[in-house]
Design a binder for this molecule. Structure first.
Ligand SMILES: Cc1ncc(COP(=O)(O)O)c(C=O)c1O
Length: 365
């Protein structure tokens, strides 16, 4: 089996794999409702929230679109603080729907700076929403919401704070209620170590007030319908039942481990991996203080074509890693360490790097 080290989908634990062989059930019946309720409650534990969490049968991008269309109306002034391709993607969704978008871009490979957030917001009188990517998967940057959220929440126009944590939540500490995050989006195939197909979106009571005034047209993503069905632990349309099976299994395992331990494990693996990469003499893209606990970007050595290197790693060493995106397309490789991953998986990555670069003389050592 390949060592799958892309930032989602992630490998599945045996218990999660076997959950996928269960027979289908009625999504309007008691058995389904029980699973739905359990999944939502366990998600609330990791989101650290009492807010409702809606399950959308769709990928993470749909969660981002749901966040745009449910809480705003055409022409509303919003700010996107971005530092890579996934921030750009969310901004583009906002633009296409006709929000009055200000995008504040930070250089790819660096994170959103609180001083800039403070300055930008102090110069804006009316801002209805602030959008931030928690973990920019395109570069491997973790934005510090503990610093940024209070600044957003102190603004006089009381904007909503909307956060994309598609590639961190479940593996990284982001207490929704404590930080007053209004809308928090994640997706099943990342640190949740489940199958792809489910976006999860949590909504604060304040965001719900805004939802009731939103005039964007919406149908599949209309959260009013999701709320109505959530009362019965159901979804408005047919849910991906098998994804729920796998989420149920993975969340039970994660809950047994305990969220603090899960978060600590991700940080430990990040530090271990970055240290090993430094020892190999390879250059990391992101500085230590804003490095993601779930994905690490690094430069191939001078003279090594990243695509050729990834192909060699895949074909000869059974290791699958990701390439760069946006400004860093063709320039970096990305290694994920989220969800079901051990130190030994990362040792295999390091060993494949060493062998491919030095032993095979893929480049002159
Ligand atoms: C931060 C972030 N946001 C959004 C997405 C989009 O998710 P999906 O590919 O599930 O639509 C991704 C996917 O990698 C992501 O990492």
């Amino acid at each position: 089996m390949a060592n799958l080290r892309i930032p989602g989908p992630t490998p599945l634990l045996p218990e999660v794999l076997s959950s996928l062989s269960k027979q289908m059930i009625s999504h309007r019946g008691k058995s389904y409702e029980k699973i739905h309720q359990e999944v939502v409650e366990n998600l609330q534990y990791f989101y650290q929230t009492k807010n409702p969490i809606y399950l959308l049968t769709a990928s993470g991008t749909a969660g981002l679109e749901t966040a745009v269309v449910n809480f705003f109306s055409p022409g509303d002034a919003v700010v996107f603080f971005t530092c890579g391709e996934f921030g750009n993607r969310w901004t583009e969704i906002g633009r296409r729907y006709g929000l009055n978008v200000t995008q504040i871009k930070f250089k790819d490979g660096t994170g959103v700076k609180k001083e800039t957030v403070e300055k930008t917001l102090s110069e804006m009188k009316d801002v209805t929403g602030v959008f931030i990517t928690h973990n920019e998967t395109g570069t491997g940057v973790l934005n510090n919401l503990f610093e940024i959220a209070p600044i957003v929440k102190a603004h006089l126009s009381k904007p909503l704070l909307l956060v994309d944590s598609v590639s961190a939540l479940g593996g990284v500490d982001l207490p929704m209620d404590k930080l007053n995050i209004d809308v928090l989006v994640s997706a099943s195939q990342k640190a949740w170590m489940s199958t792809p197909g489910m976006a999860m979106i949590a909504v604060s009571p304040y965001a719900w007030e805004k939802h009731q005034k939103s005039t964007f047209p919406k149908y599949y993503f209309d959260l009013t319908k999701y709320e109505k069905f959530a009362q019965k632990n159901q979804t408005p349309a047919t849910p991906a039942v098998s994804v729920l099976y796998s989420l149920q299994a993975s969340l039970n395992i994660m809950k047994k481990e305990g969220r603090e331990k899960v978060f600590a494990r991700h940080i430990e693996l990040r530090d271990y991996f970055r240290n090993e990469i430094k020892k190999l003499g390879l250059k990391l893209l992101v500085e230590d203080f804003e490095a993601s606990p779930t994905v690490t970007s690094l430069f191939p050595p001078n003279g090594v074509d990243e695509k050729n290197w990834r192909n060699l790693l895949n074909e000869k060493y059974n290791l699958v890693i990701a390439g760069g995106m946006g400004d860093y397309k063709g320039k970096i490789v990305r290694v994920a360490h989220m969800g079901f991953v051990t130190k030994s998986d990362l040792d295999q990555v390091i060993s494949a790097f060493k062998k491919s670069l030095v032993v095979e003389q893929f480049i002159a050592p």
